[in-house]
Structure formats: C-alpha cells, structure tokens
Design a protein around this ligand. Structure first.
Ligand SMILES: NC(=O)c1ccc[n+]([C@@H]2O[C@H](COP(=O)([O-])OP(=O)(O)OC[C@H]3O[C@@H](n4cnc5c(N)ncnc54)[C@H](O)[C@@H]3O)[C@@H](O)[C@H]2O)c1
Ligand SMILES: O=C(O)[C@H](O)[C@H](O)COP(=O)(O)O
Length: 343
C-alpha cells in the first residue's frame, strides 16, 4: 500500500478528511519533527504544513517518494529543484486559500485605518473618550489601494476593496488581460508609480530571489508618509529592519503584517512596542471551513497521481526541474503552475 506522510500539524477538520479518504487505500503516518520524518523516508506522498523541506531532507527521501504537497500556496520553504531532480513533483493548493487570505488582508486594512487595537483597549479600560482616535481614523472608500501581485489573492482583494469604493491599481510583471482589468476595475501601474501614489500598498506575490526585500528602505521612502503597508504574502519580501525604522520615525501611517521575517517574533521584540504596527501570526490562509477544501484538494491530487493523470496542472510548481514524467494527462504537459494567467 502506498503511504501518505503528514508532516506538521494539520487542522482537525482537514485531518479528518485526509484520514477518511486514505482509509483502506493508503497507510498514513504523521510526524511533527525532522527526527520523526527520518522514520518515514519510505513514504510515497508527503503533505507538508509549516515544515521546510530543503535539499538535504529531500535527498534522504526514499525512491518511492512521488509527491510533496504543500498545505498552502507558498513553496519558498521547499527546494523545488532538488525535488524535481529526484523526480518528485511539488504541488501547492493553488487558489484554495485565496479567499481567507483576501478576507484577512481587508481585515488588516480596516483594523489599521480604524486603530482597532487601541479602540479595544479603550473599551476594556471602560473609557468613553475616542475623539483623538477618530481624528486619526480613515475610510477605505475613496483611497487608492495599490496591489503588488494580481494573482489569485490579489484579484480577490481588488474585488473586495473595489466594492468598498477604493480606487484599485496594481503592479504585476505579468500584466492581466484588458478584459480582466476591466472586469476587476483595476489600473496597471509600474511599481515605482504604484508605491508613490498609493494610500494602501498590499503585497500579494510569492517570495522568490527576485522579490526578496523588494520592499526595502528605498521602496519605503517612495511611499506617502500617510500610507499603510499590508503584507500577507511572505515576510522576506519586506526588509523588516527598514520597515521598523520607517514606522518608528512615523515616515508611514502604519503597517499590518500577517507575515514577517523570522516569524514568530519573540514576545520582547521591539516591533510589538510600535503603535502603528499590527502583527498577526501568519493566520491568513487557514479557517475552519476552508481547511476542508484544502484537504479535499490535496487528496484529489494524490488520487490523480494514483490514477496516472498527475496533479491538477496549475498546482505543480516544479515542472521545469522534472524529467520526463509518466503522466497521461495531456494538459499536464502544456500548462505550468507558474503560468500567471491560470486561476
Ligand atoms: N498569509 C498567508 O497565510 C498566505 C496564504 C496563502 C498565500 N500566501 C502568500 O501569498 C502569495 C500569493 O498567493 P496567490 O495565491 O495570490 O499566488 P498566485 O500565484 O495566484 O499570484 C501571485 C502573483 O504574483 C505575481 N508576481 C510574481 N512576481 C512578482 C513581482 N516581482 N511583483 C509583483 N507581482 C509578482 C505573479 O505574476 C502572480 O500574478 C503566495 O506566494 C504566498 O507566499 C500567504
Ligand atoms: O502559503 C500559504 O498558503 C500559507 O502561507 C501557509 O500555508 C500558512 O502556513 P500554515 O500555517 O498553513 O503552515
């Protein structure tokens, strides 16, 4: 029997589905550390949550390993080249957690613009005074929101904030089709122009060598002093030191980060003393209801591997490193997961 190894703690709602769909068909093992993983190098399918899978770990996997499936979308913690060279497909849950991330993004925008943490601490202290906070509170309506990355998440954020009356611009190295821009009501801008003109800059691209520290001190200096930066993508896209300096110097209205370099930060980190910074613990991609969709999507891909078809094409992220695969689905050979226009 082929073996599914769950690496990391998968939420109960999703775990239940994984077990139900594996029952009688695959052996299932769960591991919570690399030490435990070393006992299951004979797995066929690996489901990875919150665990890095570098070249060293991939090298050790046995010859039966066929698929590493991320519980999520970002694949920066997996060495996709090392996996490809070993003939192992790396798949992501493409588009499956876009809605939760988009909703959290909007929540962070609203919480920052209205100073939610401060309002709550006033209420908890039994205080009625709020005029000073209101004097620093702003609507999304009428503001210019600049999205960096107009993929699955970026498009949902565009629709949501557009619906609230924001003017939406975006930058993406792969410009969307004119009909998509029209349908979403978004305007393309070069990155520099977007940074200079946005009231809210929201990041929705992958962490790649080319996007690491894309938002550095120079990029932050281009933003309006009244602007808000939101990062629900990956911490490494923003130079944290430069951002904290800009926030401390009140060079920006504020920032809201679901993702930050070296997360989770220690409780005594200076970031937590800034009153213009909201931090959430990388919670964007998971909600109880959506976790079921994540598990079902992964099991569909595993079943597709078993039947010889291969995972849904848009979910595969290391096609360029894979040799000739014995997969019969012709689509698999035409489309690549990194094709930006496939959603
Ligand atoms: N906070 C969370 O829990 C959470 C959850 C899911 C995804 N994410 C992160 O969000 C990212 C985006 O997810 P998605 O589902 O929208 O992915 P996606 O692949 O659908 O879209 C990413 C978009 O970014 C664009 N892009 C690539 N390089 C760029 C650059 N230099 N500048 C601007 N745009 C660029 C791509 O062309 C694409 O349109 C993921 O890679 C992941 O790291 C975070
Ligand atoms: O890339 C994603 O989809 C999410 O950022 C990632 O999956 C979140 O990490 P988790 O808490 O699910 O391990």
């Amino acid at each position: 029997m082929n073996k599914v190894v769950i690496v990391g703690r998968v939420p109960d709602a999703g775990r239940k589905i994984l077990y139900e769909r594996c029952a009688g068909r695959y052996d299932v093992a769960e591991v919570l550390s690399n030490k435990e993983l070393a006992k299951h190098l004979d797995g066929t399918y690996y489901i990875l949550r919150g665990f890095p899978m570098g070249a060293a770990e991939i090298e050790k996997l046995g010859g039966d390993a066929r698929l590493i499936h991320r519980w999520g979308v970002g694949f920066d913690a997996v060495d996709i080249e090392a996996a490809g060279k070993k003939g192992i497909i790396v798949s992501i849950c493409a588009g499956v957690n876009s809605q939760p991330v988009a909703e959290l993004t909007v929540m962070l925008m609203l919480a920052s613009l209205r100073h939610l943490p401060e309002l709550m601490s006033r209420a908890k202290a039994g205080r009625k005074d709020k005029e000073d906070i209101i004097a620093r509170s702003w609507l999304i309506s009428g503001k210019r929101v600049g999205l960096v990355g107009l993929g699955s998440i970026g498009r949902r954020v565009a629709a949501a904030v557009g619906g609230m009356g924001a003017e939406v611009t975006y930058y993406d190295p792969f410009r969307a089709a004119p009909e998509t821009e029209k349908e979403l009501g978004v305007e393309f801008l070069p990155l520099d122009e977007l940074l200079k003109s946005s009231d809210i800059v929201s990041l929705h691209m992958p962490l790649l060598d080319s996007t690491r520290h894309l938002i550095d001190a120079a990029a932050l200096a281009k933003m309006k002093p009244s602007a808000l930066l939101v990062n629900t993508a990956r911490g490494g896209i923003v130079d944290t030191e430069a951002l904290l300096k800009a926030l401390a110097g009140k060079c920006l209205f504020g920032a809201a980060l679901d993702t930050i370099e070296n997360e989770p930060l220690p409780a005594d980190h200076p970031a937590f003393s800034l009153d213009n910074l909201i931090i959430t613990p990388h919670a964007g991609g998971n909600t109880e209801d959506n976790n079921r969709n994540m598990a079902a999507y992964i099991m569909d891909n595993i079943d597709a591997m078993e039947s010889g078809r291969g995972p849904t094409p848009r979910s595969v992220v290391n096609r360029q490193f894979l040799g000739k695969q014995r997969i019969s689905d012709p689509l698999w050979n035409i489309r690549t997961a990194s094709d930006p226009q496939i959603f």
